[in-house]
Design a protein around this ligand. Structure first.
Ligand SMILES: C[S@@+](CC[C@H](N)C(=O)[O-])C[C@H]1O[C@@H](n2cnc3c(N)ncnc32)[C@H](O)[C@@H]1O
Length: 383
C-alpha cells in the first residue's frame, strides 16, 4: 500500500507526468520500491510506438514472472494509466526525452531530481527515433538475448517486412503459429514474439535448428523472459523436425539448400505466409560448374564470381516460380540495404488458395540450363 507522497515528490512526479505524456518522450522506466512499500509491478517501461492503428504509448510491465505489453491510445487512456503508475511507490523514474533526461529518486524527505543531456540526436525528436525501429536496438530484450548491431538491424528490417505482409491482428488465426526455421540464436524468433504479442496477436513461436545446443540455450532464454509457454524450440532438421503446423514460416539466412527445405516444409504445412531471406546459394552454382551451358550462354558462367551471382538469380527465380506453381503469390524484394548485409533478398509469399498448376515456362527454364534445383526435388510436380 502506497503512503501519500510528500510535497516535493508530488511536484517532481507532476514534472515526470508532463514528460511521459509529452511529444518528446523517448523512453521512461520506473523501478525499485520506496522504503517499506511495494509497487504492484517490479518495473514499468514506457515508450512511444507507431502501429498500423496509429501512435500509441507502449507500456511493458514486469512482475518477475513475465513481461506484459499494452499499447495505450493517446489521450485519456494513456493519461489514466500513467497516473496509476505515478501513484505506485516506485523508488525511481528515469525519463529520456529528445531534449534531455530526468532521473527522479524518491527519498525520505521527498525527491531528488537529476537532469542530463539529450539522448536523441538533435536533428530528430525522441518520437522520430522510436519510430525508426519496430524494436529499438536498445530495447531491454536485447540485454537478455544479445546480438550485435548488424543482427539487430537485420531483425528489425525482417520484422518490418513481416508487418507489411500480415493483415490486421483481428484477421489473423488465433493462436497464430509462427515457425522460424534455422533459427540459430533465435534473435528473430524472440523479436518476432515481442513484436507480434505487442500488437495484441495471440501468437506461438517455434524455433527450429539442427543444433541441440541452440535449443538448450534458446529454451533457457525463453524461460528467463517468462515466455516459455509461447516461445518454444525444437532441435531437428528443417525437413523433418517434429512441428505439426505453421501459419507463418520465417527463415533468415538458412544456408544454401536449407532455404529450399524451409520453403518445401512451409508448402507442406500449407502456411499462409512465408518470408525467407536466403543465405549462400551453392546448389545451382555447383550444377552450372559441372554442366556448363553451351553456346552464347556459356559466357554467363565462365567466370566464378559471375557464375555465383548468376546462380543466385537463377536459384531465387526458380524458388519464386515453384512457390507460384504451388498456389502462392510471390514477391522477391530487398528487405534491407545491401550495405548492412549482402544477403539482403527476401522471398515473400502469400497463399492464394489457387490449386497447384503446371508451369511450362519453368520446365523449359530448367531444361535449358540443365539444372535440378533442390526445391524442385522436394515438391510433387503438379504437371
Ligand atoms: C546462418 S545461421 C542463421 C541463424 C538465424 N536465422 C539468424 O539469422 O541469426 C543458419 C542456422 O541454420 C541452422 N541450419 C542449417 N541447416 C539446417 C537444417 N537443415 N535444419 C535445421 N537447421 C539448420 C544452422 O545450425 C544455423 O544455426
Amino acid at each position: 500500500m502506497a503512503t501519500a507522497p510528500s510535497g516535493t515528490l508530488v511536484q517532481a512526479l507532476a514534472e515526470v507526468r508532463d514528460l511521459l505524456l509529452g511529444p518528446d518522450l523517448v523512453r521512461a522506466t520506473a523501478s525499485g520500491a520506496r522504503r517499506g512499500q511495494a509497487p504492484a509491478v517490479l518495473k514499468a517501461t514506457l515508450r512511444p510506438v507507431t502501429l498500423k492503428a496509429g501512435d500509441r504509448l507502449q507500456l511493458v510491465t514486469e512482475d518477475g514472472q513475465r513481461p506484459t505489453t499494452v499499447n495505450l491510445a493517446p489521450g485519456d487512456e494513456a493519461a489514466a494509466r500513467v497516473d496509476e503508475l505515478l501513484a505506485e511507490p516506485f523508488a525511481s523514474w528515469v525519463v529520456e526525452t529528445g531534449h534531455g533526461s530526468l532521473r527522479l529518486q524518491a527519498t525520505k524527505k521527498g525527491a531528488v531530481l537529476h537532469r542530463g543531456a539529450a539522448v536523441a540526436p538533435p536533428a530528430g525528436t525522441g518520437h522520430d527515433r522510436a519510430k525508426e525501429h519496430l524494436i529499438d536496438p536498445g530495447d531491454p530484450l536485447y540485454d537478455v538475448i544479445g546480438g550485435d548491431a548488424a543482427k539487430r538491424r537485420q531483425v528489425d528490417a525482417f520484422l518490418r517486412a513481416l508487418a507489411a505482409t500480415l493483415p490486421d491482428p483481428e484477421q489473423l488465426p488465433r493462436p497464430l503459429h509462427v515457425v522460424d526455421l534455422g533459427c540459430g540464436n533465435a534473435y528473430l524468433t524472440f523479436a518476432a514474439y515481442r513484436y507480434l504479442s505487442g500488437q495484441g496477436v495471440d501468437v506461438r513461436l517455434t524455433g527450429v535448428d539442427i543444433r541441440p545446443d541452440q535449443r538448450e540455450r534458446n529454451t533457457a532464454l525463453a524461460r528467463r523472459l517468462g515466455w516459455e509457454e509461447h516461445v518454444t524450440f525444437v532441435a531437428g532438421s528443417i525437413a523433418d523436425a517434429p512441428v505439426d503446423t505453421a501459419d507463418v514460416v520465417l527463415a533468415l539466412h538458412a544456408c544454401d539448400t536449407a532455404t529450399d527445405d524451409a520453403l518445401a516444409r512451409a508448402i507442406t504445412w500449407d502456411a499462409r505466409w512465408i518470408l525467407a531471406a536466403p543465405c549462400c546459394h551453392k546448389d545451382i552454382s555447383r550444377q552450372l560448374r559441372k554442366r556448363p551451358p553451351q553456346g552464347a550462354y556459356a559466357m554467363l558462367t565462365e567466370h566464378g564470381i559471375l557464375r555465383e551471382r548468376f546462380a543466385d538469380v537463377l536459384t531465387d527465380t526458380v524458388r519464386a516460380a515453384l512457390l507460384r506453381r504451388h498456389g502462392y503469390a510471390v514477391e522477391v524484394v530487398e528487405f534491407i540495404d545491401s550495405a548492412h548485409t549482402p544477403r539482403n533478398a527476401m522471398i515473400r509469399a502469400r497463399r492464394t488458395g489457387a490449386a497447384p498448376a503446371a508451369d511450362p515456362d519453368l520446365d523449359s527454364l530448367l531444361d535449358q540450363w540443365h539444372i535440378h534445383p533442390h526445391l524442385a526435388t522436394l515438391l510433387t510436380d503438379p504437371s
